[in-house]
Design a binder for this molecule. Structure first.
Ligand SMILES: C[S@@+](CC[C@H](N)C(=O)[O-])C[C@H]1O[C@@H](n2cnc3c(N)ncnc32)[C@H](O)[C@@H]1O
Length: 280
């Protein structure tokens, strides 16, 4: 098979298997497997493809048709213009989460600050903050040992590991009690009963990264209850939320009486996406 046949084969296969955006996905896999820049395919149309590489290519196409996200095949996702290694042990960082990171940066860009990123996964949030807030020191934590290993790797490749600390911890339980300026978190927030109905791609992501308990609020309740002990007065809590959780999470914060100046912001798609609150 030459490269042109390979591309056509991939497009037909994914199209027949009802994969969305199949042309883009074929480009990414061809570039990844055959090491050809996707803007130069035309120059290589007649090149004969290596047989072993064709075998891998077909295997990846089948995985995509089965719902494996392309990012788990290439082990790459861009977030805040930085590159992150991802695999099936961590959630793929989502563009909507950039709204959360950008809000923290807009307030603290030129401020010396200590940050705690709870439920860090690949480390996308904490590492981006370490990168873009020059005088920050960032602690990241997750219950998953594998997630912490991946976050460490990502902090090294993004060259911020010298200003970061890592905890394997069930929420706050193992985290040294100190007064942070900022606590940021994108916790699991999907209601347990809804997880089964999600797209097959999402179901390839780690279950513990998704499951927010029966009402989706389990982790917000833990954060609202415990975060005051870990925040300076005047420090801020930044939370990502599901599109329909604004009222319930705001209510939790208001009822706690530990927070003021509570506001929400929408993501680029127009959905409520983040809540910010100031420790009284
Ligand atoms: C929605 S993912 C967010 C990942 C990352 N912050 C991001 O935005 O891409 C939630 C993360 O919470 C972690 N997690 C689940 N239960 C936890 C717990 N009890 N304590 C700490 N982390 C937990 C999961 O391992 C997962 O990495």
């Amino acid at each position: 098979m030459n490269i042109k046949d390979i591309i056509n084969y991939g497009k037909n296969y994914l199209n027949e298997n009802n994969v969305d955006d199949y042309e883009t996905i074929v480009k990414i896999i061809v570039e990844y497997v055959f090491k050809i820049n996707k803007n130069e395919f035309i120059l290589h149309y007649e090149d004969e493809a290596d047989e072993l590489a064709v075998f891998d290519y077909k295997r990846y196409l089948k995985q995509i048709a089965d719902g494996v996200p392309i990012q788990y095949i290439t082990n790459k996702q861009e977030f805040m213009n930085l590159n992150f290694y991802v695999d099936e042990n961590v959630l793929i960082p989502q563009p909507d989460t950039e709204t959360l990171v950008e809000e923290v940066i807009s307030i603290y860009k030129d401020t010396k600050c200590e940050i705690l990123d709870l439920c860090t996964g690949s480390g996308a949030i904490g590492i981006s903050l370490a990168k873009y807030i020059s005088e920050s020191y960032v602690t990241i934590s997750d219950i998953s040992q594998k997630a912490i290993q991946i976050a460490k790797l990502n902090s090294e490749t993004n060259q911020v590991h010298n200003k970061m600390e890592y905890y394997e911890s069930d929420m706050f339980t193992n985290i040294e009690k100190k007064q942070y300026d900022i606590i940021v978190s994108n916790p699991p927030y999907i209601e347990t009963s809804i997880i089964e109905a999600l797209d097959k791609q999402v179901k390839h992501e780690p279950y513990i990264a998704l499951d927010g308990g029966s009402d989706g609020l389990k982790f917000y309740k833990i954060i609202v209850k415990n975060s005051p002990d870990y925040l300076k007065n005047g420090g801020r809590l930044f939370l990502e939320i599901g599109y329909n959780q604004k009222d319930s999470v705001m209510k939790l914060l208001e009822e706690s009486k530990n927070y003021s100046n509570i506001y929400s912001k929408k993501d680029l798609g127009g959905n409520d996406r983040i809540i910010v609150a100031t420790r009284r």
